[in-house]
Design a protein around this ligand. Sequence first.
Ligand code: HEC
Length: 141
Amino acid sequence: MRGSITIIAAFLWGLGCSAQAADNAAKAQDAPAGGKIYTVVDGNKVDGLTLKGWRTWRAMACERCHGANQEGMVGPSLVDSLKVLTKEQFKTTVLQGRIDKGMPNFSGSQQVVENIDNLYAYLKGRSDGAIKPGRVESMEK
Ligand code: HEC
């Protein structure tokens, strides 16, 4: 508990003040170094947090509406959306939903709440074209 507060505090501080703090916060969470959102090797080997994001995507079956490769179905292409949406907009959309427009509210899922940053990291990597469609695995083998 105390650890996570420290991390959040460090993270917020890092956003405002210094890349160094963001870097430290990232390290504390076992995230990619250098303040990167995700790390990927060979298109499908990712850091542990990004892997959790992918698992969350699978567990929630977001592909039912957004397509197995995030290309869009009844819901928009998230490859396109994440080029435009800010991280905050992403979080708000996923956690609050847009019920009237068919996007469910995932705030009731502990897995989504805990992994919202990881989910963003995975989808951002897909949107950037850095992470290939389909299965990903841990880069730490
Ligand atoms: C039942 C279908 C459905 C499921 C399941 C679903 N979505 Fe959506 N989602 C939609 C629809 C429809 C929209 C478009 C809403 C609108 O028109 O503003 C949307 C919009 C979004 C947007 C905003 C896109 C933009 O360009 O504004 C994001 C981000 C998103 N969904 C992420 C997710 C994630 C992550 C999951 C899984 C945790 C998920 N969705 C599961 C139907 C779904």
